[in-house]
Design a protein around this ligand. Structure first.
Ligand code: SF4
Length: 133
């Protein structure tokens, strides 16, 4: 996955799409609609504006919008690629160790299990909360 022209996660398509490890990929794929209404997914909404690719942020290019940002290390140091599985074919750039990212993702899923933020409610409502049928 590319962000501001920088590769943040690479690997076999199935590994990346079925088990994204990088916080950017995780957020990006959480917004993709599924036939089952995002079952099992937690929608991650990024805050902040998209920085200019002509003048990307220092350190990790995703640090200005990353919901898992650690602090100064993310602002100052570009993370190296780390092995995320598939014999090294799946790799991510993040200062958080892969095992820790997996634990954070599992905790997020557990926290919202059974209550996805955009799950169908059985009635169609518009932005004002009125039924539209
Ligand atoms: S290095 Fe820091 S800012 Fe970049 S993705 Fe990882 S936690 Fe987020």
């Amino acid at each position: 996955m590319l962000y501001l022209g920088r590769l943040l996660e690479v690997g076999p398509a199935a590994a990346v799409f079925d088990g994204p490890q990088h916080p950017y990929t995780e957020a990006l794929l959480s917004s993709v609609p599924t036939l089952d209404g995002h079952a099992g997914r937690t929608r991650i909404r990024l805050s902040g504006d998209l920085p200019s690719a002509a003048s990307p942020p220092s350190g990790c290019v995703f640090h200005t919008r990353c919901p898992r940002k650690l602090g100064a290390i993310c602002e100052q140091q570009d993370p190296p690629f780390a092995n995320a599985g598939d014999g090294g074919a799946h790799r991510i750039r993040c200062h958080i160790p892969v095992d820790e990212l997996r634990a954070l993702q599992a905790a997020s899923r557990e926290q919202t299990h059974g209550a996805p933020d955009d799950a169908p409610t059985g009635s169609a409502k518009n932005a004002d909360g009125d039924s539209s049928r």
